[in-house]
Write a protein that binds this ligand. Structure first.
Ligand code: GLV
Length: 314
């Protein structure tokens, strides 16, 4: 008898795990879908889906072959010590997710340029006061990490009249975007970025890259948007650069500890806009198709798609 098709989800964020499980059950009702740690028969599991896995979780699955990330970022999966060397890791590469991220970053940027937080505060205080503003045509947005998602962000900014630059580890050529690459060209990239958008993968090289030294190369009063991972940011350097005026403000969607702890100084900082890791959503309805393709590639032999280069880290 053929073994039942089975996917186990490893994700401590209950809302996210349930959303994926419900969607998979709807799309392939014949599959057994379980959520760790309330799962059973772990020897039979070869294919798991994961996001920010619980420490040690992978080690409970002796026959694990594929870990399909439920997100675009995979650092927490790759750095989990229980992940065996020979396991294939895949990630979500999905146009709707990329577009959601781009829309959100554009909204944050326009909100900053048009001073919406200032008007929001004025309304609460019943203040009627005009402010000047900066237009997209007068603004250079620098996309730090001009990969799959960064490119979609950059292209949306170009459509909206911004000057756009991008920086990546390796050379990229994208119409309408001035690109820079490698450490040698990093400071030149930074020197014009009035809005700096971080959408880099988190790797050993990029951990802590949003630091004082990088901020110092930006034009004075630059605005920082981090929609990548909290590990990119050196938090005390951000506070110092806001204090000195080198940065005029920051929008942060990601944090080294999530949820952001109640006593964290970012919550009450008037120059920091906080959102709860909400910039994009990897829509299970749309994203599961390629996950399923990878599931059958494992079962029937075939090529995996959206495979993570485990050495490179993304
Ligand atoms: C979200 O953070 C993702 O990795 O997709």
């Amino acid at each position: 008898m053929k073994a039942k098709d089975k996917i186990t989800i490893i994700c401590p964020i209950k809302r996210f795990a349930n959303e994926w499980a419900d969607s998979i059950r709807k799309q392939v009702p014949e599959f057994e879908v379980q959520i760790y740690p309330d799962d059973s028969d772990r020897e039979s599991v070869e294919f798991v889906m994961a996001f920010d896995p619980q420490p040690g979780a992978f080690a409970h699955f002796p026959n694990l072959k594929v870990v399909a990330s439920m997100g675009a970022g995979v650092r927490a999966i790759l750095t989990e010590p229980g992940l065996p060397e020979n396991v294939t890791v895949t990630k979500i590469v999905q146009p709707m997710h990329q577009r959601d991220m781009a829309d959100f970053v554009l909204a944050l940027t326009l909100s900053h340029l048009r001073k919406l937080p200032v008007f929001f505060k004025q309304q609460q205080e019943k203040v009627w006061k005009h402010h000047s503003f900066q237009r997209p045509e007068e603004t250079t947005a620098g996309i730090m990490g001009i990969g799959a998602i960064g490119r979609v962000i950059g292209e949306l900014f170009v459509k909206n009249g911004f000057k756009v630059t991008g920086w990546s580890r390796t050379e990229k050529k994208i119409a309408g975007i001035q690109t820079f690459y490698g450490n040698d060209q990093r400071n030149e990239f930074l020197s014009t970025a009035q809005v700096l958008v971080c959408i880099l993968p988190l790797t050993d090289e990029t951990t802590g890259i949003l630091n004082k030294e990088v901020f110092a190369h930006l034009p004075k009063g630059a605005y920082l948007i981090n929609v990548a991972r909290g590990g990119h940011l050196v938090e005390k350097d951000l506070l110092e650069s806001l204090e000195s005026g080198q940065l005029s403000g920051a929008a942060l969607d990601v944090f080294s500890e999530e949820p952001l702890p109640a006593g964290h100084p970012f919550w009450a900082h008037e120059k920091i806009f906080i959102t709860p890791h909400n910039a994009g959503n990897t829509h299970p309805e749309a994203a599961f198709k390629k996950v399923l393709q990878n599931y059958y590639a494992l079962k029937n032999g075939g090529e995996f798609v959206d495979v993570v280069d485990r050495k490179r880290g993304y």
